[in-house]
Design a binder for this molecule. Structure first.
Ligand SMILES: [Fe+2]
Ligand SMILES: [Fe+2]
Length: 270
């Protein structure tokens, strides 16, 4: 690519995984966000700590500072509202993909196997974006048809270390999503949208290993899966109750590595 035409002013050449990750976060090109191509095989020999402060946002996306009210399941009888919800999920996937790259760059002191895991999850999230986008396109919508909010970024990019990152992103946001996906999957099915219901089932099953990745590293770094230690590792004003559905999807959560003791504490957190 001619450097003068490159839409990525910060990284002009991509030789390493770290370059690829940085370009992905900083890109303002929607096509690149949806399909950045495969990462290089090479990793930087001596990567430095790089804490990116925010993502590049394509002009097509209407990023708002405040979120709209979340949709009630009864509203999902309206196909436009279903598309809007899938659009919200798509934007969650983008933020997750970007934040995996963010962590890979912010915590170069971690094991390579941890950072390799982040990269693999990032690629899963990009695939999930593509699945959600295909649903939207089939129904006459596009990525950008509805406003979005960068809530995951606002919180996650304040994590000081990798333990805080897996606590918030993997065990918190992705863990909570196991509950939400089960609920929304049922709501889509009730609304007669079997395709959206199936999308939720597929994505939810593929999110279980992401959460398991987080619980595995949390144990490794903190010596166990202690609920209070997890609660203490959540940044800012965030509390455990934010990261659960009304009902816990116990089967998925157990498969993701949570213990019954941990889940009992989570279930009673308000
Ligand atoms: Fe995902
Ligand atoms: Fe995920």
């Amino acid at each position: 690519m001619n450097a003068s035409l490159a839409p990525y002013p910060m990284v002009l050449t991509v030789n390493t995984v770290e370059d690829w990750a940085r370009r992905y976060v900083e890109s303002q090109d929607l096509a690149h966000k949806l399909d950045p191509g495969g990462p290089p095989r090479e990793w930087a020999e001596q990567p430095e700590v790089l804490r990116l402060t925010g993502p590049g946002r394509p002009a097509e996306l209407d990023v708002q500072a405040r979120s709209q009210r979340s949709l009630r399941p009864s509203q999902l009888l309206d196909p436009r509202r279903r598309a809007q919800l899938i659009h919200t999920f798509l934007h969650h996937e983008l933020q997750a993909a970007e934040l995996m790259c963010w962590a890979l760059l912010a915590f170069p002191e971690t094991d390579r196997s941890f950072r390799r895991g982040l990269l693999g999850i990032c690629l899963d999230e990009i695939r999930h974006m593509q699945m959600y986008r295909a649903y939207l396109i089939e129904r006459g919508f596009e990525y950008g048809s509805f406003p979005v909010r960068d809530w995951f970024w606002e919180r996650t990019s304040t994590c000081a270390n990798a333990l805080e990152f897996v606590s918030l992103m993997g065990m918190g946001l992705e863990g909570g999503n196991l509950d939400h996906a089960a609920r929304y999957g049922k709501a889509f099915a009730t609304a007669g949208d079997e395709e959206a219901a199936e999308l939720q089932r597929v994505v939810a099953s593929e999110e279980i290993p992401h959460v398991r990745f987080a619980t595995k590293w949390f144990r490794e770094w903190s010596g166990g899966l202690d609920f209070d230690r997890w609660a203490d590792s959540l940044v800012g004003p965030l509390t455990p109750a934010l990261f659960r559905g009304r009902e816990l999807d116990l089967a998925s959560r157990r498969e993701a590595g949570f213990t019954d003791e941990f889940l009992a504490r989570l279930a009673e957190s308000r």
